[in-house]
Design a binder for this molecule. Structure first.
Ligand code: DON
Length: 562
């Protein structure tokens, strides 16, 4: 009998071990190089550039163009973005190719005579458009760090535009959803007015011609040449205010990234005019003293700590952050341990803090859907993390058929009126008011992580205000909860942004009992408004130096490498 019991115990032990050893779900694993982006066509073009001997910066330039062809929902020439990089020798930096307000922009340009915000003026059509930065960004990256000739960078996208791109199921749904707005924003029907079906091929000859002119004449083609003239004429005909002078004056900015430590990780992220780096630093440093791994992934306690840190960081965001070329930001204080520990003094596990009782912290200031992300690690060890956007889905919905691309509606990222939420529900203050040539505050958070001085991760996502918290959860999933890159990307996400005072959760992915417990503690839960939160694309350097890609299943995102 006793022997039987031993056998039984042994069997039970084996079974338990087997369960614990269950293989983890990983993304694509490669040895040398990897790119992850929103469309397989763009990832292939980036990977091919690397295979040809190009570096991560060549791949960045080529993928920004390829996404403009293959993913017009967010990929763009008519928008802007941010790049964070870490070279193989450890040098870090960031490029700001964010859009700017036109010279004729004014603080109250989106208000009526009663001072009320005019619906849709900052989101739909030509008045919503900021001066685009993407072309300047591509050329700046290539000029500083590129190694292949521009022809190698641009040609694949010209060919793709002529050859056409196959409509995916998700794309079919998206095009259909936005057709009423295309009709509203454009005088004539556009290429996307047709009823495209899954499996159809959309060709973009007008865009191919624009790219050919870029190849022939360089950056100035877009900012001073034929393309500039046609673009300004088109915007004017549609009631816009961008002039040739606006385009000619546009410049990118190389900026020093925001960096901070979290345990043994060094996080390198985007500084203002993105709020990404500073908010990420604030949230992560507020939660660092707590034992998240002991609380457990997406446990009540973990969600409470993260939510309360998010609440406080987003309150600071709305008061202090804006374009650093126009406003003074107390960055060092905002991310200092002393200040952040003090911010969390009012937190208790017993009961939710109310956002009504939280405003920005006291800092001595001396003076004053759609976006897309791609990550690249090349065979030389350089890492690039880029988030680029035209803001809303298909931007302002205004499509310049002659040039073949959508224009952004980034002006909505400014605060049209203090206290009135923008399309992401974000409340802005004076620091983010509209001024000529100012850059609108962003939440885009392209990020690179080092561990013990070595490259560890390249990560980022779209998602408007939820970008910062999605990037953070992905890093925590790997670091605190021991997930693979793909698991970290797949895991259900939640988000709090101070106002509205609620935790947004991806629907049906969180246990009912967990939601009930949070509600009991005073946390309103909203599962309706965000069917997905973020579309994270990341690359993780594994212990054996292999690369693991995490491509988000929430989109058509794909990792390609070799
Ligand atoms: O810069 C920003 O924060 C926004 N324009 C990003 C927009 C976005 O992520 C939309 N995607 N879902």
């Amino acid at each position: 009998m006793k022997r039987l019991l031993y056998v039984f115990l042994l069997l039970a032990l084996c079974f338990a071990c087997k369960k614990a050893d269950k293989p983890k779900k990983t993304g694509l694993i490669t040895k040398n190089a990897m790119v992850v982006s929103a469309r397989v066509e763009a990832s292939k073009i980036g990977s091919d550039i690397l295979k040809k001997g190009g570096n991560a910066f060549d791949a960045m330039a080529s993928m920004q163009l390829a996404l403009a062809v293959a993913y017009p929902y967010a990929g763009n020439l008519g928008g802007g973005g941010f790049m964070v990089y870490r070279k193989s020798d450890g040098e870090i930096g960031s490029l700001d190719f964010r859009e700017k307000a036109p010279l004729a922009a004014t603080r109250d340009m989106y208000l009526d005579e009663n001072g009320d915000v005019l619906p849709e003026k900052s989101t739909l059509g030509a008045m919503a458009v900021g001066v685009p930065g993407s072309v300047a960004g591509i050329f700046a990256v290539h000029e500083k760090f590129g190694s292949l000739p521009m022809e190698d960078i641009i040609k694949p996208s010209i060919n793709l535009a002529y050859r056409g791109v196959v409509v995916t199921q998700k794309q079919e749904t998206r095009i259909k959803k936005y057709q009423p707005l295309f009709l509203k924003a454009n005088k004539d029907s556009i290429i996307f007015s047709k009823s495209w079906k899954y499996g159809d091929t959309i060709k973009y000859p007008a865009f191919a011609k624009t790219l050919e002119r870029l190849l022939q004449h360089g950056k100035d083609e877009f900012y001073k040449g034929e393309t500039a003239k046609r673009l300004v004429k088109f915007l004017k005909e549609n009631g816009g205010i961008i002039t040739e002078e606006d385009l000619a004056r546009y410049t990118v900015k190389w900026r020093t990234p925001t960096t901070f430590m979290y345990d043994d990780l060094k996080i390198i992220s985007m500084p203002p005019p993105s709020s990404g780096g500073i908010c990420l630093a604030q949230i992560m440093k507020m939660i660092e003293p707590y034992d998240l791994d002991k609380f457990g992934h997406n446990s009540v306690k973990a969600i409470q700590v993260i939510t309360e840190a998010e609440r406080r960081a987003y309150a600071d965001r709305s008061f202090y952050l804006g374009d650093p070329d126009f406003v003074n930001i107390p960055s060092d204080t905002l991310i200092s341990t002393l200040y952040l520990n003090d911010r969390m003094q009012t937190f208790s596990f017993e009961k939710a803090t109310s956002s009504k009782d939280v405003s920005h912290g006291d800092v001595q200031v001396i003076e004053s859907d759609e976006t897309t992300h791609y990550s690249i690690i090349d065979q030389f060890g350089n890492a690039v993390s880029v988030t680029t956007t035209i803001n809303g889905a298909y931007g302002s919905k205004l499509y310049c058929s002659e040039l073949g691309f959508f224009l952004n509606n980034e002006m909505d990222d400014f605060s049209s009126k203090p206290g009135v939420p923008n399309m992401f529900g974000l409340i802005g203050g004076d620091a983010n008011s509209i001024l000529p040539e100012k850059r609108m505050l962003s939440a885009m958070t392209p990020t690179i992580v080092e561990k013990n001085g070595k490259l560890f991760m390249s990560v980022g996502t779209p998602g408007g205000s939820t970008i910062i918290t999605s990037v953070m959860q992905t890093i925590l999933n790997v670091h605190e909860f021991n997930m693979t890159m793909q698991e970290a990307v797949n895991a259900p996400r939640f988000h709090h942004q101070w106002l509205p005072d609620e935790i947004r959760m991806e629907p049906n992915l969180f246990e009912r009992s967990l939601i009930l417990q949070l509600e009991k503690l005073g946390y309103p839960i909203n599962e309706k408004d965000s069917p997905v939160i973020g579309k994270v694309d990341g690359i993780l350097v594994l212990d054996d130096e292999m690369l693991e890609g995490g491509a988000d299943y929430r989109g058509d995102d794909t990792a390609v490498g070799f």
